[in-house]
Design a protein around this ligand. Sequence first.
Ligand code: A2P
Length: 340
Amino acid sequence: MSKKYNVAVVGATGAVGVTMLAILEERGFPVDNVYALASSRSAGKEIQFNDKTIVIEDLAEFDFKKAQIGLFSAGASISKVYAPIAAEAGCVVIDNTSQFRYDDHIPLVVPEVNPEKIANYKDHGIIANPNCSTIQMLVALKPIYDAVGIDRLNVATYQAVSGTGKEAIDELNQQSSDILNDEIISCDVYPKQIAFNVLPHIDVFLDNGYTKEEMKMVWETQKIMGDDNIKVNPTAVRVPVIYGHSEAIHLETKKKITVQEVNELYKNAPGITVLDDRNDGGYATAATESAGQDPVFVSRIREDISHPMGINLWVVSDNVRKGAALNSVQIAEILIQKYI
Ligand code: A2P
């Protein structure tokens, strides 16, 4: 019989944790026991996994010696405390928070881009999962980067509220219903109304005027591509969409590349679905194509009329799946195939 693994999911009741469990099940990950961990508030509640009833356990009480793999998605402060405890107990952590992403000794991995870095999990027993916006962008950029090089990119994101978590989905729904019913809205998760609005603000503001979400895209692109010279200029925007981030990306490549050549590259590129019919509706959108699906969709591929080396892309993907849970499970699959 093939080997099976005990997997702990930390943050199992959250937007990403629930999807991690669903994806482990969908992809037939060889799970022996699954441990669903959350706060003491959720301990004792039950969930279903592979037709079995699993009782949610309190993370603070869990003995990580029982698990070989830990999928963490309960926030950076939780990972800061518990990921080293898990790793010390021999449980390899795949961490979906920003806690370890910028540590030189911790691999930051998108399986379609730099799977070989998973080998470095041995340093600390931790592998970091990148930010959702970075993941889908790099899946789309990697074939172009390998073919002609990328000097610079401008990107504007249109990010779904599920990236903030369950409370943000509730806030969007509540505000939408309140507005339609002429009621007064309350803003608890976001600083301004998110329903029927667009906020040019994700995560905290930094001294250089960019937000941390924007700088994550800079730091993570350079680390994952292994190229400190790639110039990245992001604007991260929250939009009233529940699942699926969209990105308008303007690339300046090192050598000229045509639309036809980009399409050729994408034919064999892992994880990418091109949808670019240049007619009404012949493009991917967050809610209609990406929500609940695995691919990174690429549309609106155009040569930039303002720049000789410019190419434009519209890139859409489910932020909770490829942007978080699926990417983590793909890392776990490579980990068990090659390393543990
Ligand atoms: P709980 O539901 O018990 O609060 P989201 O990002 O969708 O808001 O989800 C956050 C996840 O992190 C939830 O599963 C939540 O569990 C979990 N979490 C939050 N705080 C803690 C904590 N102190 N210990 C363990 N898990 C936590």
